[in-house]
Design a protein around this ligand. Sequence first.
Ligand SMILES: NC(=O)CC[C@H](N)C(=O)O
Length: 350
Amino acid sequence: MKSYYFLPLMIFILLISNSLSGIVCADLPKIQILATGGTIAGTAQNQSELTLYKSGDLSVDALIASLPEMSTYAHVVGEQIYNIDSIEMTPDIWLTLANRVNKLLESPDIDGVVITHGTDTLEETAYFLNLVVKSEKPVVITGSIRPATALSADGPLNLLNAVILAASRDAAGKGVLILLNGQINGARDTTKTNTEMVETFKSADFGLLGYMDNEVPRFYRESLKLHTTATNFDVTSRTTLPKVDIVMLYPGVDRTAIDAFVANKTEGIIIASLGNGGYSKSIKAALQDVIDRGIPVVISSRTGTGIITSKDPEFISSDSLNPQKARILLMVALTQTHNLDEIEKIFRIC
Ligand SMILES: NC(=O)CC[C@H](N)C(=O)O
């Protein structure tokens, strides 16, 4: 071959091989969907039925088959880990889920995980995973308010957005993310605020982290609290979590619930206090008895927002965590320590 043909020929071969490899093995992220059930997999008798339906009815394969659009953004694999209404969620299931997420994310073959979940207890599962998942890879939890059979069902777009978010590099290292209604929220600060409206997950104290702009996640902030790889929690060898209970305060409340929880071997009590750490003298005496048994007491608030700055020093402040989130953190903290000062410190940083 004449030497002056050689360079153009090589350039031509390189260009062809590059574009062919781009077509043949499009380098899409690999996302595993762990389906746990919920309304996103729920079915009703007719399209106009929005509230009477069966949660956790459709399989993950059916959800994936109904959303071929996902394959534009990721190689999606489904796994039916449970198929329940999230009112049946338990700490044992959290442990199974955490271990499965950690195992998946250890694999170089998986770039991110999406969890489908009923919305009633989604915030608790999200915060638990936020504390115990040991990976920087994206973990996105989603659900829906309307069943899959409903007119204007919100599940399909939520699931598509969750897959896009989990496939995005921007979602890495931000802790577990809650994605519904085009809004990206952080697991620690977000709670279900409305019983049946699609804009229900909100962080009233600190705001959302970002929005989905069609197929582009746009982030504006992230939490300063420790999560995932930055925490020291390790639940891999656990089969149960410490038992922690919540007591709601109200005018005239007596110590019946507190004493019953202690008799039932509670390992920690969360108080949904009045305003900023308020409790009556008789409740204070009951809580003092709890502390004297070495059982930690964490003071949260029934108001839904704000931090606890006012409480007796022997009790622990939940900081800005609502009662159900404070319960998760105390359960996880108790897997590591029973020292009250150390638990107090955990509540400052997580
Ligand atoms: N919209 C929902 O997902 C709530 C309904 C159902 N109870 C659940 O949590 O699974």
